[in-house]
Design a protein around this ligand. Structure first.
Ligand SMILES: [Zn+2]
Ligand SMILES: [Zn+2]
Length: 248
């Protein structure tokens, strides 16, 4: 039966160099459950390598966790790809990895890129710098997400950097978006006043959490979903029924 739920489709783990070490699989899932979230997505910069561990913890504790990625395109636009399965996300990862320049990370400057297992044990680090642009444009990235069965969401569109609006001032004709995400610092009302031309898309707000306290708050909308799953989320976003997304 359909029910009103809150979801968070933009959460970084400690694998993102800019995220805190406390962003471990167990901490993220437990905090999401304390917040009452029914679906979360793990979206590290240009990688899905920690998603499996968070998914495993979600299975143990009863939370739907989707594999995702925050891709930084050639234009320095951040796009979220949210995938139904780890297999599809992994195939998409291969595309991104083959277009990510082989520059090393400098942890002392950018931060550590830590891999965790599903018991919260650090099991290594990623050597290649994750926080950089892939050699693909927004339309190419959007097409690749769709080709791997994913949903494409323009991240924090109202931000002054790394957003579709800051970099391109518009949605390119060849980019199919399933939703746009408002930065949590802006209210839905203010967003619509300022960016009315984007109101034709489903509007979401997620945390873009880099530390656990980012997950706390009432900024997320309520979604009327048939169940806590990727399929139900996709059905809602494709339904064109804005009355099923409510900001309070
Ligand atoms: Zn971003
Ligand atoms: Zn982010």
């Amino acid at each position: 039966m359909a029910d009103w739920m809150q979801v968070d489709l933009h959460i970084h783990t400690a694998l993102s160099p800019c995220a805190d070490e406390e962003m471990t699989p167990w901490n993220i899932v437990r905090m999401a459950q304390l917040e009452g979230l029914k679906v979360i997505a793990v979206t590290d910069h240009n990688t899905i390598a920690n998603a499996w561990a968070v998914i495993e913890v979600g299975k143990k504790l009863g939370l739907t966790v989707l594999p995702g990625m925050e891709v930084q395109t050639r234009e320095e636009v951040h796009l979220l790809g949210i995938f139904p399965t780890l297999e599809q996300a992994s195939a998409f990862q291969e595309v991104i990895w083959s277009h990510l320049p082989d520059k090393p990370n400098h942890p002392e400057i950018f931060g550590e890129q830590i891999l965790y297992d599903s018991s919260d044990r650090p099991i290594g680090t990623v050597e290649r710098l994750l926080l950089q642009s892939v050699l693909l444009g927004v339309e190419e990235v959007g097409a690749a997400i769709a080709a791997h069965g994913g949903l494409t969401i323009a991240a924090h569109v109202n931000r002054r950097s790394y957003s579709l609006i800051s970099q391109l001032a518009m949605v390119p004709e060849g980019l199919r978006l399933d939703a746009v995400e408002i930065d949590r610092s802006l209210s839905y009302q203010r967003f619509i006043e300022k960016y009315g031309e984007l109101s034709c898309y489903p509007i979401l707000c997620s945390s873009d959490a880099h530390r656990l306290t980012d997950l706390v708050g009432s900024y997320r909308p309520w979604l009327l979903l048939d169940e806590a799953s990727f399929a139900a989320l996709k059905e809602l976003l494709l339904s064109d029924d804005c009355s099923r997304i409510r900001f309070r």
